[in-house]
Design a protein around this ligand. Sequence first.
Ligand code: 3PG
Length: 215
Amino acid sequence: MSQLSMRHRHQVQSVLAACPLIPVISIQHPDQVLPLGKALVEGGIRVLEVTLRTDHGLGAIRQLRKAFPDIWVGAGTVTHPTQYREAEAAGAQFVITPGVTDELLNYGLTAEAPLLPGVATMSEMMTGYARGYREFKFFPAEVSGGIPALKAFAGPFSDVTFCPTGGIRPETAGHYLALANVVAVGGTWLTPQDRMDAGDWRAIVELVQDSLARL
Ligand code: 3PG
């Protein structure tokens, strides 16, 4: 079986090491992309996961790459290699999937943008592990066992690290990050739609600052 290159692993490790909190972004209105990016970066964020859940995801990746050349910008909610290719063409520097398929894991081996595959179970993780993946998104983290599950994963696979996402709150992010096999956590709490719709970018700066200060 083909194996993941060290280049991919190092790039994913660099992304995860750049910032302990990764905002999961869904863009409903294209004019919110740049003010949101500015607020998140001003608050201290260095990694942005832009989901392809809306039609504006690819455009947002293009805009954010151009506006914030020093920040990691990646694509999330990628569920098929076609979307993976589109995300790469838009400039995504990494790709995150909510789960794993053989197609996505295989595509990630030779892709330009490295893959952070999403897993919820030991078996899914082992499917990626066999191809050389050692960094995973743990999703949906809270309902898949949360911190106790991550502690259990560390037993048989102490060389694997995770970015838990799904149900994480500012109060619990630090508890996850205290685990030896957690390097970053993700979530939508950093991008509240009501604040975005109100154009209250200051509230988002403060939310990010407050969330980072709690860690
Ligand atoms: C994701 O795709 O990572 C999740 O939607 C994030 O989950 P959350 O909304 O519970 O933070």
